[in-house]
Structures are given as C-alpha cells and as structure tokens.
Design a protein around this ligand. Structure first.
Ligand code: ATP
Length: 239
C-alpha cells in the first residue's frame, strides 16, 4: 500500500435492516486530495459516508484510515482519529447560536485557546457567520446553514472531511463560494470525500472520482478523465 493513501475501503457490504445497499465496494483516497463519489438517488452514497464515520456498522469488509483498522468504530472515536462528517441537509443545532454550534464541533478537543483561534479562522473563512455569530442557527438562510455545517465539521480539526451534498438546494453563487472554501482545505492538508448529485461540479473540483450505481462501484479514475467518459456524460452530465 502506498504511503499517501489516507483511507482504504475494502469489500464493504452494508445493509439497512435486512436489505443490503452496498455490495462490496472498494475505495482509496489519496491524502491532500478531493475525491468525489457520484451516483443517482439511492445509489448508496450517504450510506458509504455514514459507514466510514461510524454511524452505521458494515456487514463485512474493512476500512483503514492512516494505516489503522477503523471498521465499526463509533463516531466519537472516528472524530477523535480525524474524520469529520458534514451530513446532508445542513444539519445544524437550530436552537443554538452560530458560536455555540462551532463550539460543539470541537467537543472532542480540550485545547480552549486553540479552539478560540479556530473559531476565528472559521469566521475568516465564512465572514457571514462572523457577522451573525449570536444569531440562532435555525434562523439562518440555507446557504448560511450549509456554511455553518461545514465550519462545524472543521472545528474537530479533521484530516478527512466527509461532505454530503454541499450544493443541495443552494443558489449557484453560494455553491461557488462553498466550493472555493472546500478547495482551500486541501491546501491545508485536509482531504475531502465529496458526495454530490451535481456530477459536473464534483468532477470539476476533484482529483479523482468513483461512480456508484445501486451499491456497486462501476467506474473510477482521474476526475478529468471521467468528465470525458461517455457513460458518465450520458448518465450524469446530461450530454
Ligand atoms: P441520495 O442521493 O438520494 O441521498 P444516496 O446515494 O445517498 O442517495 P443512500 O441514502 O445511501 O443513497 O441510500 C441507499 C439505499 O438505502 C436507498 O435505497 C435507501 O432507500 C436505503 N436507505 C437509506 N437509509 C435507510 C434507512 N435508514 N433505513 C432503510 N433504508 C435506508
């Protein structure tokens, strides 16, 4: 195994109840890159992220992160090891303020002065959150809530950010802003596994990508090459 592989998923099978939805998938993520996972509704993208972060346990298969076996570890342990999950649907704590949401994002950390510094960094990254830091998160716009969800995930100082549908329901300008910030993350050494319905957007920002169809990986490769792939173009790019 090459030393710059951050995450390696082997033969992962996952079921919801008695119904298997991932049928033995394999993925490898290189450190410092954005990797996209694209696929239609119900393909199993969210299930993949939830199994990596530990909210779901697999039936079989293995997940290795930075060389250690993390298969089946609960979320508080995967967060502690450096995996943060920003779930679909801008899930923020709506009755807490922006500032309180960010503080909760750092719940596994004990370094108060560093936490303060990181909150300031999030406010630099997303200035709109700074202007509204005392506002209840539930009263923010959709785009602002999405920014807060990403910022909160980053407060755990992850090595790997699992990002589920950051563009969902947002205006193109807001999406562009969020994706600019996501690109910046890789410059700081944070790797991203990006789940996106918008395949063009995902392939444009990613180095590599995997295509998931009904629980199987059917294609993978360099993102720019997949943009030119006929199957990807007709199924996901509307060409
Ligand atoms: P989308 O793009 O629509 O979010 P997805 O690729 O993320 O889809 P998943 O959410 O992983 O797909 O769902 C994969 C399959 O598992 C779907 O058929 C879905 O109905 C089913 N599923 C997901 N969550 C559950 C659950 N909690 N209980 C039962 N079935 C589930």
């Amino acid at each position: 195994m090459s030393s710059d592989i951050l995450l390696s998923v082997q033969d992962l099978r996952v079921a919801h109840g008695s119904i298997e939805v991932l049928h033995g998938i394999c993925l490898e993520l290189q450190a410092g890159e954005i990797t996209a996972l694209i696929g239609a509704n119900g393909a199993g993208k969210t299930t993949t992220l939830s199994t990596i972060s530990g909210t779901l346990a697999p039936r079989s298969g293995s997940i290795r992160f930075r060389g250690s076996d993390i298969t089946g570890l609960p979320t508080h342990q995967t967060v502690g090891l450096g995996i943060a999950h920003s779930p679909e649907g801008r899930r923020v704590f709506s009755r807490l303020t922006i500032l309180e949401n960010l503080e909760l994002g750092a719940y596994v950390r004990r370094d108060a002065p560093e936490i303060r510094r990181d909150i300031d960094r999030m406010f630099e990254m997303f200035p709109i959150l700074s202007e509204r830091k005392a506002q209840l998160a539930g009263t923010l716009s959709g785009g602002e809530q999405q920014m807060l969800a990403v910022a909160r995930a980053l407060m755990s100082r992850p090595k790997l950010l699992l990002l589920d549908e950051p563009s969902l329901g947002l205006a193109p300008l807001i999406v562009a802003k969020i994706f600019e910030r996501i690109r910046d993350l890789t410059r700081e050494g944070i790797s991203v596994l990006l789940v996106e319905q918008n395949a063009r957007l995902a392939l444009d920002v990613s180095a590599r990508a995997y295509v998931l169809e009904t629980g199987n990986i059917v294609l993978s490769g360099v993102a720019q090459d997949l943009l030119k792939n006929e199957r990807v173009q007709s199924a996901y790019l509307g060409e």
